[in-house]
Design a protein around this ligand. Sequence first.
Ligand SMILES: Nc1nc2c(ncn2[C@@H]2O[C@H](COP(=O)(O)OP(=O)(O)OP(=O)(O)O)[C@@H](O)[C@H]2O)c(=O)[nH]1
Ligand SMILES: [Zn+2]
Length: 351
Amino acid sequence: MNHIEKLGWDSSIQHEDNNKLARVIAVQKNSYRISDGEMEYFSHLSGKFMNQAYSSLDFPAVGDWVEVQKLADEQKAVINRILPRKSKFVRQAAGTKTEAQIVAANMDTVFIVNSLNHDLNVRRIERYILSTYESGASPVIVLTKKDESTPEDIIRITAEVEEAAIGVPIVCISSITGEGIEELLTYLPDRKTAALLGSSGVGKSTLVNALLGEKVQETKDIREADSKGRHTTTHREMFTLPNGALLIDTPGMRELQLWDGDGAIDTTFQDVEALADECRFSDCQHDTEPGCRVQEAMDSDELSEERFESYLKLQRELAYEKRKQDQKVRLEEKNKWKKISKDMKNRYKAR
Ligand SMILES: Nc1nc2c(ncn2[C@@H]2O[C@H](COP(=O)(O)OP(=O)(O)OP(=O)(O)O)[C@@H](O)[C@H]2O)c(=O)[nH]1
Ligand SMILES: [Zn+2]
């Protein structure tokens, strides 16, 4: 097997020189740790790359495949470009600015991690499922801390989640006792990439350690004892598991804003969409129209009102985000041309 295949490279994709390929395994402040499956390199972006990067989405993220120039003796490399992404999980960065951030790239599966024992919010899970479909990956729901939950709680919570996650696998695990880990591994085959996503404290890093069989990720208890007061996973990283799968750990997200929404809402809310298809009027607003199948389903408790509310809310939010993005794209396009024309003027002056 080729070295880069160990990192999940799909060898059916032709590349002029496999020796120039590497995968981003960690993003630090101004550098990227990359691997070619044999060796790790500290790398930075080439000048040309920097000149052509206009938005945060143009910069490398964990899981990205990059084309590089290696300086093997020094374990350093220069990144020349990012290869097209087959999937990417995008979220709005913290703060108020509309700046998108890629949390993980080129993953096959997203593990939506939630803890069974506190603060489980099905509406938030719906949001994550939607974003996962948007990302181009398949969702799997992981409910952690099974060892701290009663069998009754597990049954009740799983049923609740099932209702909001139609067709999405659900796995209950404990990283302490190892329960459910075997089942989870069936979603983590050799050379496939998965990303762990979920709020802070749900047990992502503990799971990584359990899967690796060693402590590589600092977990909360250690961090709390740490006098420096660090309290979140500071560097997200990609790990190769003993079975050959690749796993991306990400820092906990407080909130998840929606990004782009093509078709993802239909998949996430296929039950609601199927009902809506049966309304008498094709432009039914599911409000007070006669022959509304959605209202009928809510009256007979076939569909929960909370789920329908959530559907409407996410739809509104998507429409809002879409407008905001369109505006941003227009602005970026304008700035890009401004920059290009300035570059040209400078070059002209230099002659
Ligand atoms: N009982 C029990 N506790 C767990 C389990 N998994 C994680 N924990 C505990 O939950 C706390 C948070 O776990 P972390 O792994 O640090 O959570 P995280 O999701 O990585 O958090 P961030 O890095 O902030 O995103 C720690 O105290 C863990 O020991 C589990 O399966 N059972
Ligand atoms: Zn209707």
